[in-house]
Structure formats: C-alpha cells, structure tokens
Write a protein that binds this ligand. Structure first.
Ligand SMILES: [Zn+2]
Length: 266
C-alpha cells in the first residue's frame, strides 16, 4: 500500500488560520516540500514523522486551493501529490478608532519612512529557515491573559478605512513583561512608525511572531530566544490608542491569527 494515501486528508481552514500538516515516517523518504501560495517550503522531521505549517492569509479567496507536495526518496525517486485545501470565509467585525492625526494623514517624511519600513518588514518575512527552532507548543506572550480576540477586524482610523487588523491586541499596562511565544531567532528589534518599538521573531519553517508598541526592547537582532524569555516591556509606542501588546503572527507572507498557533497538537 502506498503510504502517501495517509497524508493530509481533506484540509479546510478559515481565512487567517495557521495550519499544521503532517506526513508519517517512511524509511527511505529523504525530504518533503509543499508549494502553497506560489512558494515552496520544506517539512521538518519530528519523532512522529514530518511536519510543516502553512498559513491561510486573512485575505485569501474563499474556495478550493491546491497545494503540491513533493516527496523525494533516498534513491532519487520523487512523487508528487496534489491536495485540495478549502478556504472558508470568516466574518470579521469593524472597529473605529481615534489616534493622533499624524498616523492617519502622513507627512511626506513619514510616507517615505513607512515605505522603507514596509520593504524591510517584507524582506524579513521572505526569509525561510528550513528547520523548526521550536519543539514545544506556542504560548500567549502574557501568561494567563484572556481576551485579545480582535484579529481580522476591519479598521477605521479617524473616519478613514485602513488595512484590517493583523494581530491580537492584549490588554497590558506599560512595563508588563512580554514573553516570546516560542523559541526562535530575533530578526528585527527596532522602532517602526506604525508599530512603535517592535520585536520580530523567526521560529523557522516560515513562522514568525511579532510584539509591537513596546515601551522597551530587551533583545537584539540575531539573538536566539527561548520560549517564555522576556523580549520587551509593554507600552504605547506607534499608532495606538493606549498601552497594550499587539501580538501578531505570519506564516511566510500570510497574516494569521496568532491564537491559531496555539491550536496545534505538537
Ligand atoms: Zn494591534
């Protein structure tokens, strides 16, 4: 019997959801990759077999999408398997917010700055670390916190529509310790116009988490951080209405709800 039949049965996922895919062990299997959203990413090994993670972007078109899996064996033989991933629409509410006018009507200088920062952030998310740095489940960066379920909300700032919310806002007073959701490498730790003091962590396999609006950054780019390590203190820097933590997640370019990372059974 062909073991490939067992992999990834039907997959259905919501817009903004991170999905873990697994493939059972096979003695002579050397590598597995998946092509999803025009990008190829590897599976990593764990004790049960092979796994990777894909993200269904918040703006992904509902309906059937295909993902190509490529299996390469030690003798050089390859097998391609096409799987259907059904994207389900999710309704997100609209939130209206009032912020300092400079964050809505951007000066020429700030338009240039945000364009530069968009490129820098885009380049960071382009990076594909072919292994998983993490071995434990992901965790909320403020232990014990509830709420923060405002991922995907459509947003109106000072009466002007803006991009939907790409993270979860966790209530936190200035100075609250912010813990890394999981093990990973700090790839960006600096002040950004909209995000304020920001820390970006690469967890490997194209999975990133971000911690924004910090009052203080306590890690440097290039540092490996352990799960739970304090990466900064909560604050109210950048485009905010008050102190809180914006916790975000990306799987490659896909904007996903960081809470969906917690649902993986690892
Ligand atoms: Zn936010």
């Amino acid at each position: 019997m062909n073991a490939l039949v067992l992999i990834v049965v039907a997959v259905a996922a919501f817009q903004g959801q991170a999905v873990k895919l697994t493939v059972p062990s096979e003695a002579d299997l050397r590598s597995v990759t998946i092509e999803w959203n025009d990008r190829v990413k590897p599976f990593a090994r764990d004790e049960d077999g092979w796994f990777t993670v894909i993200g269904v972007d918040l703006g992904a078109k509902p309906g059937e999408h295909t993902a190509d899996l490529l299996f390469t064996y030690t003798d050089g033989r390859t097998t391609r398997v096409v799987r259907t991933i059904t994207v389900q629409a999710k309704e997100y509410p609209t939130t209206s917010l009032t912020v300092a006018p400079k964050y809505v009507e951007l000066s020429t200088e700030n338009q240039e700055r945000t364009a530069r920062e968009r490129k820098e952030i885009g380049a960071a998310y382009w990076k594909m670390t072919p292994e998983a740095y993490w071995t434990e489940p992901f965790a909320v960066p403020i232990p014990g916190i509830t709420g923060g379920r405002n991922f995907g909300h459509r947003r109106i700032f000072n009466d002007q529509p803006r991009a939907p919310h790409s993270g979860a806002d966790l209530t936190a007073t200035t100075g609250t310790e912010i813990h890394a959701s999981n093990r990973g490498k700090v790839i960006l730790a600096k002040n950004l116009f909209f995000s304020g003091n920001a820390v970006f962590i690469d967890h490997g396999l194209g999975v990133f988490t971000v911690y924004l609006h910090l009052s203080e950054i306590l890690v440097a780019p290039g540092a490996m951080v352990e799960k739970g390590e304090v990466v900064g203190l909560a604050g109210a820097t950048g485009r905010v209405t008050g102190p809180h933590l914006h916790w975000g997640a990306r799987i490659q370019k896909a904007r996903v709800d960081p809470f969906s990372l917690l649902e993986w059974q690892l």
